[in-house]
Write a protein that binds this ligand. Sequence first.
Ligand code: MN
Length: 199
Amino acid sequence: MSLVQYKKKRNFNHTPEPADRPKKTMSKKALTFVIQRHQASHLHYDFRLEMEGVLKSWAVPKGPSLNPKDKRLAMMVEDHPYDYGSFEGEIPKGNYGAGVVEIWDKGTYEHITIKDPAAGNKQLLKDLKNGSVKIVMNGEKLKGEFALVKMKGDKPTNSWLLIKHNDEFATHDPYNSEDYTSADSAVTKAAKKKVLQHP
Ligand code: MN
């Protein structure tokens, strides 16, 4: 676990993002996840899984999908602090990742077979190193089994694929995460308020 890269990329005097404090202990009852829609220079969805008190993070340009046929590219990025999971707001121009961040989905998750969070966390860290992470998600939008699989190649890569397993939560229709943007997110509410005030 390291938040060095996270800290290096940001000036906390200039961005409202949370500072680089790791969580003291991992969640005891269940591991948590968050997916943030990030309208930066390029729209993407940040897929974050709590492990060892930080958020392991992937940037998914097309967003997650509930259709098992979709293999969504997921670029692994630096660990984010646990507190990032509740962050919504605007990262001002000139800062790393400038643009609007809003929570698209959140909830708990577990290792595909190990239900105990502490034991699951331990195995997940091994799976991460081995490039194959299989989980069960319990969010509002994302439910059921998912896999994150690291792409193989000659050179070291940060490229993974996010794939929905075929289970009762899967859909076989085309899935576009943009169709499911939260209507009650802080950012969406603020944007609506602005429109009402300045018609
Ligand atoms: Mn991002």
